[in-house]
Design a protein around this ligand. Sequence first.
Ligand code: SF4
Length: 277
Amino acid sequence: MAERTNIHWCDSSVNPVMGCDGCELANPSSPDAATCYAKVLHDFRGSHKGFASDFFRPELFAGRMAKAAAWPDLTGQPRTDKPWLDGQPRLIFISDMGDALSNGVPFDFLREEIIENVESDQGRRHFWLWLTKRPQRMRAFARHLGRPLPDNLMAMTSVTSARTAWRADMLSRVDARWTGLSCEPILGPIPDRVVRGRDWVIAGFLSGAAAETGLHTACYLRRAAERERVPFFMKQLGHRPEFRDPKGADLSEGPAELAIRRTPDFGQATQQRHAES
Ligand code: SF4
């Protein structure tokens, strides 16, 4: 967990589950296998405390969400390094080092660890971004819960190409007030229907062979988001020799069309909660 993360679209991250069942970015047979940062880090850290000893055997870490909920409120605090987040409550990304909705993770654990802490008095001061590549299991979990996911939480999934666009369709069936999409890294063309009905779309791509496709697809998604009035957030442009920023995160170095980092007004969810309590 990190109270302060380098990830551009949030302030903090927390991982109640480390490791996951894999996806197109980490399955050994996939041509994109090298791009899962979580797996690379797990392989590097191996048996270190706080990591799953085998990335593909997710491990549960109860108590991390409560610690994250206790982090100070950031509402109204300027972010010197991420000015696009000014005015927001603390944005906490759940699951950047695995997938909490991996098959073996019990729903009771998710309810007690994630939902109860998001809805706690301290958790309500923040806004939570729960990302999964298993929206079908998130949908089943919300059904198990018997009510919508909390309204200070965004249900999110990843679409990396047309092959995984089904995840956005499935996300639409999750009982949640907020839904968001991460198209990162873009590996191939993505149909514009994935944007429809979303509250937020994040995009980013890598350097190398996928960069041209990434660039075209990001522009295409940005236009789709504009039509649908969905806030669009460009995370990174991939590395290019002519860029000063090695990760392509300085958007002023890329096309003007992609120099955009918009966010929804997450404060409405937390302020409403404050008013109710
Ligand atoms: S679901 Fe996420 S953590 Fe798991 S392998 Fe894929 S990219 Fe890595």
